[in-house]
Structure formats: C-alpha cells, structure tokens
Design a protein around this ligand. Structure first.
Ligand SMILES: O=P(O)(O)OC[C@H]1O[C@H](O)[C@H](O)[C@@H](O)[C@@H]1O
Length: 280
C-alpha cells in the first residue's frame, strides 16, 4: 500500500502564522493556519495512505456528490493523485497562489469523459480562496455534480450557529430526503445533521462564541449548501473518525448538487469558495 510522503504536500506559506497545506491526494486542503490558529478540522484518525479519502480539511467531491453508480461515494477527485500545475507563487506581497490539476488520464476513467480540473488555492493574510474550474475536453456533452466539503474546527458544535438560511428550505438526508422549511436565519446543531439547502446565496457565517471567532463563507456559482455533522452514532460508524470528534467539527459545504451542471464540448464551469475570519 502506498503511504504519504513529503512530495504529497503543497505548502503555501505567507509567514510562520499564516499558511495552508494541500495534499496532492485528492487536492485536499489539510490545514489553514490563520494568525496562528487552525481553522479547519482534521480527524486524529484520518488515514494518509494515498488510497482513502482524507477525513477532514477540505476534500472535493467530483463528478458526483453522494452515492454514485459508476464509482465511489462523492466521486473520484478526492482520492485521485493531482499534479502541480503551478507551484506556490507570490503574486503580490501578501498573496500566494498554487494551482493543482486533475485530468481524465490521471484517473481510472470509469466515468468515460475527457476533462480537466484546475483547482486554484490562494492565501492572503485575511482570506483563503478555493476556486475550481472544470473543462469538457470530450467530443460530447457531460454532466456532473460538484461540492467543496470543508470541515471546520469548532469549540463545541452545540454552541455554534451557521447563518444565511432565512426563509429557505432543505432536504433532510437523515429523514429519507424529506423537504422542510427553514424560517430562521441560523442553523443550530443539536443532533445528527445532514441537510441540503438548495439555492441559498450566502454568505454564511459560522459563529463560534467560545472562540470569539466568526468564519465567513462566500460562494460563487455554488447555489447549494450542505450542512453535516455525524453526531454520536454516525461518528462510531466511521473508522477514520474519533467517537467524540463530532463535538469539535461542522461541515458547511458549498456545491452545485441539487441540479446537475451540463457542459458542452470545450465549455468550462467555474465556481469558488472564499473563507475569511473575523475575531470578535
Ligand atoms: O463519509 P463520506 O463519504 O466522506 O461522507 C461524509 C458526508 O458527506 C456529506 O456531508 C454528505 O451529505 C453526508 O451524507 C456524508 O455522510
């Protein structure tokens, strides 16, 4: 079995307190240190064998979010080995960018289409921008769903709230996909949560009063947002997740999942998530 090496990591470092690390396995952002604080959650049981998806950070789901007839749950992008298209480079003072690439030749191609994914990671002293581009290099159209799956580190999941959902609706995956109305702006997490909110523009604010911290999640061309926490029972079912770790994480996931993206030959799809942190 392959195991992770230094060569697997792409590091974007502004200074000792502001950095991002990205694994070429799945282009998974595994850490974002902002002013010395880790913003992302990475399970203590995450497996780095270059086979399994990394449990935490920011995995990317493509060409399928959720179960998939043609391959693994959440698609192949999070377990494929990406290449470095553009190594970390400082564009201006205080901005560093790297670009990773995945194309059909780097996957087992069960999907059957030719494509190029470019994933730009840009770090500044105030933001982390993750931008994904999909190009159809096939002679025929294809369609897909896509989602960024950030795991945020929180003090205590029952103390936090996530805003940006006023007068929306959601499909509850824990209740056979039943549809519910969300009147309140804030989502609170007090039990197993797996909700798909279609067409919420955002931004979302993840308020963590115990940390005096707000993480703001801006999204472009990701109409949907999924909120997930596995809670006790879900945690126990995952071999790469500690039984008590659900209390210290929440996933707020921008995606294009309630409808499929359709791309004609040579067409491109672009979307991004930009995170910023405010201390209160
Ligand atoms: O265990 P994974 O395949 O990484 O999926 C983890 C979770 O991802 C998303 O948030 C889905 O909405 C959940 O249904 C799923 O359980």
């Amino acid at each position: 079995m392959a195991s992770a090496t230094v060569d697997d990591l792409v590091m974007l470092e502004l200074d000792a307190n502001n950095s991002v690390s990205v694994s070429r396995h799945g282009a998974t952002v595994t850490s974002w240190r902002h002013k010395g604080e880790e913003i992302l959650f990475l399970s203590s049981k995450a497996v780095f064998d270059n086979v399994k998806a990394i449990r935490g950070g920011v995995p990317i789901c493509f060409p399928q979010f959720g179960p998939w007839d043609l391959g693994p749950q959440h698609g192949f992008a999070r377990t494929a080995r990406w290449s470095v298209y553009h190594p970390p480079t400082s564009l201006d003072e205080g901005t560093i960018t790297a670009i990773l690439e995945l194309n059909d030749q780097q996957t087992d191609n069960a999907w059957g289409y030719k494509f190029t994914l470019l994933y730009s990671i840009t770090l500044t002293h105030t933001t982390l921008e993750l931008k994904v581009g999909v190009e159809n290099n096939s002679p025929k159209p294809f369609d897909f769903t896509i989602l960024l799956h950030p795991y945020f580190s929180v003090s205590n999941v029952e103390a936090i709230s996530v805003t940006g959902f006023e007068n929306s609706h959601y499909f509850d995956k824990n209740k056979d996909g039943a549809k519910f109305v969300q009147k309140e702006n804030e989502v609170k997490i007090t039990s197993a949560t797996d909700k798909i909110f279609p067409n919420v523009i955002g931004p979302h604010a993840l308020l963590d009063p115990n940390k005096n911290r707000v993480v703001v999640i801006h999204k472009e061309n990701f109409p949907d947002t999924v909120v997930w926490n596995p809670w006790t029972e879900g945690a126990k079912k995952m071999s790469d997740f500690g039984d008590d770790e659900f209390a210290h994480m929440v996933c707020v996931e921008p995606g294009f999942v309630s409808n499929r993206v359709c791309l004609e030959p040579n067409q491109e799809f672009n979307a991004s998530m930009t995170l910023s942190v405010e201390m209160k």
